[in-house]
Design a protein around this ligand. Structure first.
Ligand code: ZN
Length: 149
């Protein structure tokens, strides 16, 4: 289990150092800004959604390693997915990071995002890991600004 945790740690640090999909989409169809005042994480998410499919997703912003890595992995994970699939992924992710420590989290439906299962130990960090997802939900629903406060 320690080896797995080290691997998860590595993936998060790598995505923090070299975030994927960093920037903004040309002529986005959807956009939202997310803010986590507890930690100071800020991100701006732009999406290109056509015919119910997320064709492109990019983010900008600044924040802690977990918030950045989460936005990086999220944008990778949702590209090419339908809006409904992305929402289902958010549900599975949210369920995983809010599973009590006394229970085994279900990582089967989240793919690479399993690297965030460890944030369950640190409740304040759950907001960092979830910020990108709440921002995604806001962008899809047409809200422009979301604060997790
Ligand atoms: Zn943070």
């Amino acid at each position: 289990m320690d080896d797995l945790r080290d691997l998860y740690q590595e993936v998060i640090l790598d995505h923090n150092r070299r975030p994927r999909n960093f920037g903004s989409v040309d002529a986005p169809s959807h956009h939202a800004d997310g803010h986590n005042p507890l930690c100071g994480d800020k991100l701006s998410l732009t999406l290109k959604i056509a015919d119910g499919t997320i064709e492109n997703a990019m983010f900008n912003g600044s924040g802690c390693a977990i918030s950045k890595a989460s936005a990086s992995l999220m944008t990778d994970a949702i590209k090419g997915k339908s809006v409904a699939e992305a929402e289902a992924l958010f549900e599975a992710f949210h369920k995983m990071v809010t599973t009590p420590m006394s229970e085994e989290p279900d990582e089967s439906a989240v793919g690479k995002l399993a690297v965030f299962s460890g944030v369950r130990e640190f409740p304040a960090r759950v907001k960092c890991a979830s910020l990108a997802w709440h921002t995604l939900k806001a962008a899809i629903s047409g809200a422009e600004i979301i604060s997790t406060e």
